[in-house]
Design a protein around this ligand. Structure first.
Ligand code: BGC
Length: 768
């Protein structure tokens, strides 16, 4: 990379950043209070090595483009290949020839993208290359655990690595752009798309957002192994009312900024190239027409410089929302709000020209949108060689590389969470006679989860059965399906019980199908579907210990299962190497180390339930037998079944009391908090040490706990390690009464422990 250019680029950016920071700092609100906004240090280094030359080239290209050609750049269509929503217009190849489309999605493979690219390059007046996008959410061919599952590893380096592999495979198949990472904070397990993100927490979610953007985009977008990331869905899509997909969101600006925007900020800081608007409205304004979100916050406050694409037909949907009178009006609102590219809606294609002629949208705004898109095409090197990503040989050599499968197994192994292990039922002994039961025991399709891109649903993924077979102990295994994932039939129960009776131990592999989570897959009942729970009851009659292996895309309600079976391994939908990883966890080849990135409720009625709730004025009094007129339920406890951050191991860890190097800090100081963690069990293991804080009194109320740090450590039996964290006033900031993003002096509690339920705490004071 050319250092001079970087320096030049950085100095321009820093001047802009200083001006922006000054502008936002100096902005005064009605009451005359200074409004402090987070200052971002955006890492644009990954965008390209020849930035100033690129800027000039785009300017000269724009100067010769007609209005129609510029509008063409803002149009994104799905190829007819894989369609992920309603198709509006099948004529995209005609549009391509006329230069009316700037980007295509769902067009993949080196061969096909070359064919499409040829149309754009050879048939249009200016030969501007197309951008090819696709939903590469957790792998392209080599499928990693669903993002929620992978988040349970809390292993940022690993997540960066899996994203980089996804980018390497996708780019070898002609793709330039993925619609990931999905960073929607989600606190409602009914919402099917909880599977696509990092769970409920702001801090963990922000760290993961950064890691995934870095993995996808690498160090330089010009590198053919990297692709543009697209952080989505901006914003607050995860807060859909009642967990129903596409439903409305209504929340205070404070909650939006405190809990839902930080992962987007993190992605911006990591230099994410593109943003996707969400389907939902927020407090009455649909995201694709929301100038506050796009103009004021994203570009104004955060200084985001990439382009914004809508979600699938979400401009058109502003009519159904009741926000736009018709498609044309919707197009005007979207473009003026700051949208640069219209996904699949055909609105920009059909209405932008008359809107400019009628002076409802300025040509300047269209220039700006086209400019941002063209810049990305230059950064990817498409103007140097439009076919540089469409390389059949590289495609053939890259997909399913052995080394990728090794990482896929590692990611799957580290994602699994041991929820229960009564009487040390696990790990299994290789000599045990095992009954393998359940509709997912031999499955190699649902194991990939939703949005599994080009992952092969047959003949490639390792099922649990195959994992056992590969371990070389199949002589001791008997198998019965028992039932389907989601049906009423109990026909298979008898055979399953017979098989169970002849075993020493039963491994049941149950859960959801790949279609039960992801988009448009909200559920009002998040129990195990069909008769799977009844199958457990049936197998229980055998009297044999039961190990439940779960494959699911969301938290399930598992009260009955947690009472009934002996051990539970949450395997999520673990991807191509899933079965091998499950077997490694079951036999202790890998000691489970995952921790829940999301709370598991006892029942649906507790939703939304998440660890960093507010206290209320009538919290439960743990020391009183009388809980009348307290903030509780009369038919279930307030506590979840499994809290955020929870997960067991085959070994045990003891924690010392928390110690601080000082118990008072000023605004420009930091303190060191530490604990000594010891492996008190018999096998080596990994532990994710978690630090939470509580701000006891604020100008606005604060949550009962907030994650502010975590460290993953590995300890041999008997080994201990002191784990240290640094906390400064920066970590204590929030949007206060005046909407200043700042910390407030006062008393804090600081907890360090094994999950969000920890009571291992001390306190400190932040002083002026
Ligand atoms: C989804 C997006 C996705 C897009 C393109 C939409 O329905 O909400 O997450 O990127 O389709 O497939």
């Amino acid at each position: 990379m050319n250092k001079n250019i970087i320096t030049e680029k950085n100095s321009i950016l820093s001047v802009c950043a200083i001006l922006l920071a000054f502008a936002t700092y100096a902005q005064t609100s009605g009451g005359g209070t200074e409004r402090l906004l987070p200052k971002l240090e955006i890492d644009y280094d990954s965008w390209g090595s020849n930035e100033s030359a690129i800027q000039k080239k785009v300017d000269s290209l724009l100067s010769i483009m007609s209005l129609e050609e510029k509008i063409g750049q803002t149009v994104l269509y799905s190829s007819g290949w894989t369609v992920t929503g309603p198709t509006l217009d099948e004529n995209y190849t005609d549009y391509l020839k006329k230069g009316m489309v700037g980007a295509l999605f769902n067009a993949k493979s080196a061969n096909y993208t070359r064919e499409m690219q040829k149309i754009a390059v050879e048939n249009t007046r200016l030969g501007i290359p197309l951008l090819f996008g696709y939903d590469v959410i957790h792998g392209y061919k080599t499928i990693f655990p669903i993002p929620l599952g992978e988040a349970a590893s809390w292993d940022l380096e690993l997540m960066e690595k899996t994203a980089a592999i996804a980018a390497a495979e996708a780019s070898a198949a002609g793709l330039h752009w993925t619609y990931a990472p999905m960073v929607d904070v989600a606190r409602d397990a009914r919402w099917g798309r909880i599977s696509e993100g990092s769970g409920e927490d702001v801090f963990l979610g922000s760290a993961i957002a950064k890691a995934r953007v870095k993995g996808l985009q690498g160090k330089d977008l010009f590198d053919v192994n990297t692709i543009l990331a697209c952080v989505k869905h901006y914003a607050a899509y995860g807060a859909a009312q009642a967990g129903r997909d596409y439903h409305s969101v209504d929340m205070s600006e404070r909650e939006l900024r405190d809990s839902y925007l930080p992962p987007f900020i993190a992605a911006t800081e990591a230099g994410v190239a593109t943003f996707m608007t969400s389907f939902n409205e927020i407090s009455g304004i649909p995201s694709s027409g929301n100038d506050f979100l796009l103009d004021d916050v994203l570009r104004g406050e955060w200084g985001f410089d990439g382009f914004v694409v809508t979600d699938y037909t979400s401009i058109n949907e502003m009519v159904a929302h009741g926000f736009s009178t018709d498609d044309k009006h919707a197009g005007e609102q979207a473009m003026n709000a700051g949208v640069d590219m219209d996904m699949q809606g055909g609105i920009f294609l059909n209405h932008l020209k008359p809107l400019v002629e009628e002076a409802k949208v300025s040509e300047e705004r269209i220039n700006e949108a086209a400019r941002k898109i063209l810049l990305m095409k230059y950064r990817l090197g498409l103007f140097e060689d439009p076919y540089r990503y469409s390389d059949e040989v590289r495609e053939e050599e890259t997909i399913y590389k052995d080394e990728y499968l090794v990482v896929a197994k590692e990611a799957a192994s580290k994602s699994m969470v041991l929820l229960k292990n009564e009487n040390k039922t696990l790990p299994l002994k290789k000599t045990a006679k095992i009954a393998l039961i359940g509709p997912l025991a031999k499955d190699e399709a649902h194991i990939l989860g939703s949005w599994a891109a080009e992952g092969d649903r047959q003949g490639k993924a390792i099922s649990v059965y195959e994992g056992l077979e590969n371990m070389g102990i199949l002589g001791n295994i008997t198998y019965a399906k028992g039932c389907e994932i989601d049906s009423d039939s109990k026909e298979g129960f008898k055979e399953a019980l017979e098989v169970a009776k002849k075993s020493d131990v039963v491994v049941m592999v149950l859960g959801e199908s790949e279609h039960m989570s992801g988009e448009a897959a909200s559920r009002t009942n998040i129990d195990l579907p069909g008769v799977q729970r009844d199958l457990i009851t049936e197998i229980k009659k055998s009297g044999k210990p039961i190990i439940l292996v779960l494959m699911n895309g969301r938290p399930l309600t598992l009260e009955y299962e947690s009472r009934t079976v002996d051990a539970i391994l949450e395997a999520w939908q673990p991807g191509t190497m899933g079965g091998a990883a499950i077997v490694d966890n079951l036999f202790g080849v890998h000691n489970p180390s995952g921790k829940l990135p999301v709370t598991f409720p006892r029942n649906v009625g507790q939703i939304p339930i998440y660890y960093n709730m507010k206290n209320t004025g009538r919290p439960i009094d743990p020391n009183s037998p009388n809980q009348d007129y307290r903030s509780n339920y009369i038919d279930a406890p307030n506590t979840p079944l499994y809290p955020f951050g929870y997960g067991l191991s085959y070994t045990e860890f003891s924690y010392s009391k928390v110690s601080l190097d000082k118990n008072k800090i000023g605004f420009d100081e930091s303190l060191k908090a530490s604990v000594t963690v010891k492996n008190t069990g018999r096998v080596a293991g990994e532990e994710i040490v978690q630090l939470y804080i509580r701000d006891l009194v604020g100008s606005v109320t604060r949550p009962v706990k907030e994650l502010k740090g975590f460290k993953k450590i590995r300890l041999e039996p008997g080994q201990e390690q002191t784990v240290e964290f640094a906390i400064s006033s920066k970590d204590l900031r929030f949007y206060n009464r005046q909407m200043d993003f700042t910390a407030e002096p006062g008393d804090f509690e600081l907890f360090i422990g094994t999950n969000s339920d920890t009571g291992n705490k001390t306190s400190f004071e932040l002083i002026k």
